[in-house]
Design a protein around this ligand. Structure first.
Ligand code: MTE
Length: 320
């Protein structure tokens, strides 16, 4: 999943294998993190994004029984240094470096379209719609690697219930912030900005679908999509749109960033399906970050029991 900055950059120039080893040195920031921890107990909403980025902002949450319990969790430093966030560059280590000063507070998410109660909510109000839960989920990237991430968030269906969709709301469309001043990737050609994603309403309502505000016990680091992002564990990671500012309930299937960019390579559904190869590489196996061996990729990323019924009767070779 590489962007062509111009017509002559080839898709085959996929991420160098060693890039993920090039990690930010979080230890150097330990002093700042310590200050953040003390302050977080008092006024978490008032902490600056800088402190949040350094992991000084703990969240209170319940552990969810929808978590995947039998697999080793990917370390914080891998989850926060090996990222895809093209607004901050196309290399895996660029988001951690370039999103450091990204302003994520104040932040408002507009929720509207075919709903009875359109609203503009800040992150604190969104977090009040449902108790925060930790959901440990596998994440399978379309590029062939995977992680196991302890997300913290609220079920998307809590937001949907609050706004009450009207009968015409068949799909939910999501948009990332558009701010080329802060996001250098939006100043170059590639994806059409802002980054967009979409789900069918029943996928959005599925209990597994969450809006994440944290990971590994802390507020989301900027490179992981602060302050709020989507996590849909049975789909390829690119469905997990970051830094969301708009959620719209629409009648027709909305355009999505990767599907618009390369429709033959990235479908709207994007369910993890080991039986449907990407046109340029197989999808039957994956490499867990931190491991060398490849493991078999599971249908719906291992969540078939909870989600397969939503696609019964659909040809998943065509609806990839
Ligand atoms: N959201 C935005 N706004 N921009 C992006 O480039 N990349 C997607 C997704 N969400 C992306 C995005 C892709 S390709 C992946 S694999 C996941 O974010 C990666 O999430 P992570 O970096 O937190 O692991």
């Amino acid at each position: 999943m590489l962007i062509k900055k111009s017509a002559d950059i080839k898709y085959s120039e996929i991420t160098p294998k060693n890039v993920y080893l090039n990690r930010r040195d979080f230890i150097a920031t330990a002093g700042v993190a310590g200050i953040g921890l003390a302050a977080a107990k008092l006024v978490p909403e008032m902490l600056s994004p800088e402190l949040t980025a350094f992991g000084g902002n703990k969240l209170q949450f319940n552990k969810s029984d929808l978590s995947t319990m039998d697999e080793e969790i990917t370390p914080f430093k891998d989850v926060t240094s090996y990222n895809n966030f093209y607004e901050f560059g196309t290399k895996k280590d660029e988001p951690a470096a370039k999103a450091k000063d990204f302003q994520t507070s104040p932040w408002t998410v507009s929720i509207g379209g075919n709903v009875k109660h359109p609203q503009k909510l800040d992150i604190a109000s969104l977090m009040k719609l449902s108790p925060l839960e930790e959901r440990i989920y596998r994440m399978r990237c379309v590029e062939g690697w995977s992680m196991v991430i302890p997300w913290i968030g609220i079920p998307l269906n809590a937001v949907i219930k609050a706004v009450e969709p009207k009968p015409k709301a068949n799909f939910v469309a999501f948009e990332t912030l558009l701010d080329p001043r802060q996001m250098p990737g939006q100043r170059v050609r590639g994806l059409s900005w802002p980054y967009t994603e979409g789900l069918r309403l029943d996928e959005a309502m599925n209990p597994l679908t969450i809006l994440a505000v944290g990971l590994h016990g802390e507020r989301l680091p900027n490179q992981d999509g602060a302050p709020i992002r989507l996590v849909v564990p049975w789909k390829y990671g690119f469905k997990g749109i970051k830094s969301i500012v708009k959620i719209s309930f629409v009648e027709k299937q909305p355009p999505t960033a990767w599907n618009t960019f390369a429709p033959k390579e990235y479908g709207f559904y994007s369910n993890v399906n080991p039986n449907v190869d990407h046109p340029r590489w197989a999808q039957s196996s994956e490499r867990r970050i931190g491991e060398f061996r490849r493991r078999k990729t599971l249908m719906f990323n291992g969540y078939a029991e909870q989600v397969a019924q939503m696609y019964s009767g659909m040809d998943l070779q065509k609806n990839y």
